[in-house]
Design a binder for this molecule. Structure first.
Ligand code: PLP
Length: 411
């Protein structure tokens, strides 16, 4: 039996920006006996899931499910549509955008990487990691490519590493304004099912997502949502691929089956998750994420600490980065909070390691789990000797009390 170093009583508070806490309903669904994935019952499950996922992505086109984490779905998106030596335009909004670009280089693609232009005294090592995508910069870059050598524009919808969202519809408009035929690929790993997402309306060619964020599932399955243009590109793309190949997957998915063994029990969980999201209504789901995010930001502001995202219009409803005073090790603060209060926070990733921590406020949470996270942060920051200008917890409590959530109406 696996032995985890868990605290003696109560539940651990998982406040990282994914994996998010898994609801009991989903855990129960996952615990059902594994069935034959080539048997008759499986086909109905497969067909239902593939149809319901289209609704979630807001698309009429096929969605593919991989037994892999989000990183696998990144690779699937690139390898199905591109050829060795193709140019891709990427935009470094944070650590995940940077990792996706590194993957593209490893696969033999030529990356052009755009950044936010400017200095940032708060996080000088990562000046662009407080900002969203500049669509005009993308348009400008595409206009310098009249021969259409750039084959894809790759962007991240919700940069989980920074707590900054980007306007995907504006990126689409930039491609259209430049009259550029590059495919638009969007990582919505931490956006889907927490923030409004419209694959077809925004003209996205491949959307990438995975299970462990807004879908409230354990890690282990991920998605590609396709478009007619990305499907057409896959017919001629020459990057090597086998496990990730869309063609075999799409053919057998028509009957509800998969070309290789799917993650059957996670698919039970996915069915339950999609039911839960439908029962609640996506607009209510998005509203409660925005509300928690607002309470978290009010708390950070009351502490007198900077929010990592520099643009209020782009604050993430899913996660918020807190920048600590220079000389304080954010990882040490997180470790104290974990040890003393049994609460996990997201670490500062890559270029901002040790400078920030991230509060996840997504998925199966509620006002009081958010308050618990803020309480643990407040105690941990004080234990680290940081002088706070006020009580963030008190501000968040006031905000929640004055702004009832969508569920208060049901009472
Ligand atoms: N993209 C984003 C925005 C993410 O937040 C993550 C993981 O947190 C990934 C990609 C990578 O996904 P995974 O860790 O599931 O492979």
């Amino acid at each position: 039996m696996l032995k985890l170093d868990l605290h003696a009583s109560g539940r651990h508070f998982l406040q990282v920006p994914g994996p998010s806490p898994v609801p009991d309903r989903i855990l129960r669904a996952i615990s059902l006996p594994t069935i034959d994935h080539r048997g008759p019952e499986f086909a109905a499950l497969g067909r239902q899931l593939l149809a319901d996922l289209r609704t979630l992505f807001n698309t009429q086109h096929p969605v593919i499910i991989y037994p892999a984490s989000g990183t696998g779905a990144w690779e699937a998106a690139l390898s199905n549509t591109l050829s060795p030596g193709d140019q891709v335009l990427m935009y470094e909004t944070g650590h995940f955008a940077a990792l996706w670009a590194r993957m593209a280089q490893r696969l033999g693609l030529i990356t052009q990487i755009l950044h936010w232009q400017g200095d940032d005294p708060l996080l000088p090592a990562a000046p662009g990691w407080r900002h969203g995508i500049s669509a005009p910069l993308i348009e400008e870059q595409l206009r310098t490519d009249p021969q259409h050598r750039i084959k894809a524009v790759c962007v991240v919808h919700n940069e989980t590493s920074t707590g900054v969202t980007s306007d995907i519809a504006a990126v689409r408009r930039a491609l259209d304004a430049a009259k550029h035929p590059a495919l638009l690929m969007v990582d919505t790993v931490s956006g889907l099912a927490s923030i409004d997402y419209r694959h077809d309306e925004w003209g996205v060619d491949v959307s990438i997502s995975s299970s462990q964020k807004g879908l409230m599932l354990p890690p282990g399955i991920s998605f590609n949502a396709l478009s007619p243009r990305s499907l057409a590109a896959s017919k001629t793309a020459r990057l090597p691929r086998s496990y990730w190949s869309w063609d075999e997957m799409l053919e057998i998915n028509q009957s509800g089956y998969f070309p290789y063994t799917p993650a059957t029990n996670l698919l039970y969980g996915l069915a339950e998750s999609l039911d839960m999201l439908r029962e609640e209504g996506l607009q209510a789901v998005f509203a409660r994420h925005r509300r928690w995010a607002e309470a978290v930001r009010r708390a950070i502001t009351s502490w007198g600490l900077p929010i990592q995202c520099a643009d209020p219009a782009l604050y993430s409803p899913v996660s918020t980065g807190v920048v600590l005073p220079a000389g304080i090790d954010a990882d040490a603060v997180r470790a104290t909070i974990h040890q003393r209060f049994d609460l996990s926070l997201g670490m500062g990733l890559g270029k901002v390691k040790g400078r920030v921590f991230r509060i996840g406020h997504l998925g199966y949470s509620n006002d009081l789990t958010v308050i618990a996270a803020l309480s643990a942060c407040e105690m941990g920051l004080s234990l680290a000797g940081i002088e706070l200008s006020g009580s963030g917890v008190a501000s968040a409590l006031q905000y929640f009390a004055a702004h009832p959530g969508p569920h208060a109406a049901l009472a």
